[in-house]
Structure formats: structure tokens, C-alpha cells
Design a protein around this ligand. Structure first.
Ligand code: SAH
Length: 253
């Protein structure tokens, strides 16, 4: 493996489709005084997302317009436990049960941007968790496949994605083995930290595709990497900064 340049100088530390605003232009309904007032009534959380994107995401250098738009549209508060709804747009990861977390908004945005994918690309996520990262990618227009190892979380995320209308294909399995049936993938995003790159994931990466993955020891600070297979078939890794993720676990062998 070859290691190339550092992309993000600063350490990124993880402290951790339907937006509901459609139809605000209906001509049949009484005319709202302003479009702003109409959308605020229909979706009061839109403003919280707008502020979240401006301060936490754009303010820290994420520029991809599709990522920013998706982060403004996906109702993050629907992906956190009821008692944490008030904290949904805060600058941190939040617990989602079973010792797992929904990543900090900034991390979700950075990882999505690092994939450098276009609408229609095929992406594999390992670690569905709440389903939030998968929903962001679906909102961008990506064909998204997501694998979760904890059955309860997999089932909850499935229900949530269906209710909200996000097109995500999910699987309850050990993501170490990727999802051979749907390979190759233009992008692979791993949202739990293994201590090495799972070889099956490398094998399932399309030529020119990218894998974004935190790697490092359990319970310590890990390193965010982006890997790509170059023209000669060699795996090239870029070290992107320090992060803290939940461990990548393995099914009983
Ligand atoms: N992307 C998620 C973040 C979830 S945290 C979100 O947006 O909410 C990471 C998730 O990875 C956890 O749900 C954990 O159970 C899962 N995970 C850990 N090891 C895994 C493995 N080997 N295969 C699939 N999922 C795994």
C-alpha cells in the first residue's frame, strides 16, 4: 500500500427524502404571507438545520453543494431517540442504544464529501446505526446499500427509512464481508472503526472508487483514511485526521 498526501490538516474529532417541506407552493391553499413563514409552519426544524449547516459544516470547510443541501433536508431529529430530539442538531454524536451512536453532523458531512460521488453512484455503508448517514446519501441521489450487525438497530433503521421514504437497501449481517451480491461499489463508507482494512471491502471497490474508513485501536483515537485503487491496481491511502468512532465488531465465527 502507498500513502499519499494529507488532505485535512486539522484533526477531525468525533465527539462523538422527504424533508417534509414539499408542497409549500401549493396554489390551492390560501396564499402564505411569505414563503419563509409557510415553510417554518410546515417544518419548524428547517431553521435548526440551516444553522447547523452554516455553523458546523460550511463553517468548517465542507463545500460540496449536494452534501450541504442533503444536510439541510434530512430531518436528523427523526433519527435520534425521542428523549434526545432537542439535542439532534447539536455539534456532537448522540447515543442511539446498544452502545452505539449517530455520528456528529460534521463527521457525516465530511465523510459524504470525501466519497466524491455523483448521483446514481453505487455506495456501500458498513454500520447503518440510526440510518442517518444512509439517508443523507440517498438524499444526494446515490444508490445506497447499508449493512448493520446489531439486529435491533438494523430493524429500527429499516422502519425509520421506510416511514421517511428513503430508498436504502439494508442488510443485517457482519459488514466485514461487505455485500458481494451488489459489488462493485463506487464508494464504501465505514462508520465503525476496525483495526485494519477488511480485505473483502477492498475487493468490492470499483476501479476509481473510494473507501472512507476510520482505522485504529478500540476505545482510542483512530485515523480517518480514504483509500482508492489506482490505475495500476495498487491501493493508495490518504490519512485525513484523528477521529473517535465506536468499535467495528465481528459476528461470532
Ligand atoms: N452510520 C450510523 C452510525 C452508526 S455507529 C448513523 O448514521 O447513525 C456504527 C454502527 O456500526 C453501529 O450501529 C454498529 O453496530 C455498527 N457496526 C459495528 N461493527 C459492524 C460490522 N462488523 N458490520 C456491520 N455493522 C457494524
Amino acid at each position: 500500500m502507498r500513502e499519499s498526501h494529507v488532505v485535512l490538516a486539522a484533526a477531525i474529532l468525533l465527539t462523538g427524502a422527504c424533508s417534509g417541506s414539499e408542497g409549500s407552493r401549493s396554489t390551492a391553499a390560501p396564499a402564505p404571507t411569505t414563503e419563509m413563514a409557510a415553510s417554518a409552519v410546515e417544518d419548524p426544524s428547517a431553521e435548526l438545520r440551516s444553522t447547523m449547516v452554516a455553523r458546523q459544516i460550511e463553517g468548517r470547510g465542507v463545500r460540496d453543494p449536494a452534501v450541504l443541501e442533503a444536510m439541510r433536508n434530512v430531518p436528523r431529529h427523526e433519527f435520534v431517540p425521542e428523549r434526545l430530539v432537542e439535542a439532534a442538531y447539536g455539534d456532537r454524536a448522540l447515543p442511539i442504544g446498544h452502545g452505539q451512536t449517530i455520528s456528529q453532523p460534521y463527521i457525516v458531512a465530511v465523510m459524504s464529501e470525501l466519497l466524491e460521488i455523483e448521483p446514481g453512484a453505487k455506495v456501500l455503508e458498513i454500520g447503518t446505526g440510526s440510518g442517518y448517514q444512509a439517508a443523507i446519501l440517498a438524499e444526494i441521489g446515490v444508490e445506497i446499500y447499508s449493512v448493520e450487525i446489531i439486529p435491533e438497530l438494523a430493524a429500527e433503521a429499516r422502519g425509520r427509512l421506510d416511514t421517511l421514504g428513503y430508498q436504502v437497501t439494508t442488510l443485517n449481517a457482519d459488514g466485514y464481508f461487505g455485500w458481494e451480491e451488489h459489488a462493485p461499489f463506487d464508494g464504501i463508507i465505514v462508520t465503525a472503526a476496525p483495526d485494519h482494512v477488511p480485505q473483502p471491502l477492498v475487493n468490492q471497490l470499483a476501479p476509481g472508487g473510494r473507501m472512507v474508513i476510520p482505522i485504529g485501536p478500540v476505545g482510542a483515537v483512530q485515523t480517518m483514511w480514504r483509500f482508492a485503487v489506482d490505475d495500476t491496481g495498487e491501493l493508495v491511502g490518504e490519512r485525513l485526521g484523528s477521529v473517535r468512532f465506536v468499535p467495528f465488531t465481528r459476528a461470532e465465527q
